[in-house]
Write a protein that binds this ligand. Structure first.
Ligand code: ADP
Ligand code: MG
Ligand code: MG
Length: 251
């Protein structure tokens, strides 16, 4: 059982406060949909959890399994099992996808993974995501289509087996068939690892496939409404205006 606990989190970017007292708890096997109008701090939250140095935590706490995440370096956060599938995955010329992944896996283990086991797992993940087999040998994300970059983030998730996986608009750029493939792979990974999930998405169809157990709406740096899947349907049909009116917040 792993638990992420966030209390009264305040985060600034370049001197501007973006998160203004955010609370969130995520346990193993849960799937949390994080929604909200653009520019209100969803990606900022995930970046702060991972320890991106551009994001300064000015107040509040983040713990994972009771351990103080904010005192950890970025690589330690990954070692305790935190994972972020990025909204805009970076291209890394000169580093192949397989080298990148093997290094990332080995950084989190006492003994390096055997080459045989690594290749087997990578081939399996590439197959599960229905990607081209040459993907392993290409430079990380270089020349990948938008959809391939997103699928490749899930390949990383399958291989790294995080305890808490955060997926930031991983569904944007995916066609309908790819949405199904990606969501099946995410659900399958969670069945095996029992990881907690935080999924940022605007799309009810993707969230239908993923069957979130919890849903939250983030406006102006705070989670203002939390509930179950019914919240996703409401946002899909009504947007966010009602949140601003009912809760007196301004996006
Ligand atoms: P969301 O993911 O909800 O769309 P973000 O967390 O990306 O929102 O952004 C929240 C606010 O923080 C926006 O006003 C955005 O411009 C600002 N912001 C986020 N990251 C940076 C950054 N690296 N540099 C400057 N401003 C940023
Ligand atoms: Mg506060
Ligand atoms: Mg974002």
């Amino acid at each position: 059982m792993s638990a992420l606990e966030i209390r009264d989190l305040h985060v600034s970017v370049e001197g501007t406060e973006i998160l203004k007292g955010l609370d969130l708890s995520v346990n193993s096997d849960e799937r949390h949909a994080l929604m909200g109008p653009n520019g209100n701090g969803k990606s900022t939250l995930l970046a702060a959890i991972m320890g991106n140095p551009k994001y300064t935590v000015t107040q509040g706490t983040i713990t994972f399994d009771g351990k103080d995440v904010l005192s950890m370096e970025v690589d330690e956060r990954s070692k305790v099992g935190l994972f972020l599938g990025m909204q805009y995955p970076a291209e890394v010329p000169g580093v192949t996808n397989s080298d990148f992944l093997r290094t990332a896996i080995n950084a989190r283990r006492e003994q390096p993974i055997s080459l045989f086991k690594f290749i087997k797992e990578m081939d399996h993940a590439i197959d599960e995501l229905d990607m081209k087999t040459d993907l392993a040998h290409r430079f990380l994300n270089v020349g990948f289509s938008g959809g391939e970059k997103k699928r490749n983030e899930i390949v990383q998730m399958l291989l790294l087996k995080p305890q808490l996986a955060m997926l930031d608009e991983i569904d944007s750029g995916l066609d309908v068939d790819a949405l199904r493939i990606v969501s099946d792979a995410i659900m399958h990974a969670q069945e095996q690892t029992h990881c907690g999930l935080i999924v940022v998405s605007h799309y009810a169809r993707f969230l239908d496939y993923l069957k979130p157990t919890h849903a939250h709406i983030l406006v102006d740096g705070k989670i203002v409404v939390s509930g179950g899947p019914e919240l996703i349907q409401k946002v899909d049909s009504e947007g966010y205006d009602w949140v601003e009116k009912e809760y007196g917040v301004k996006a």
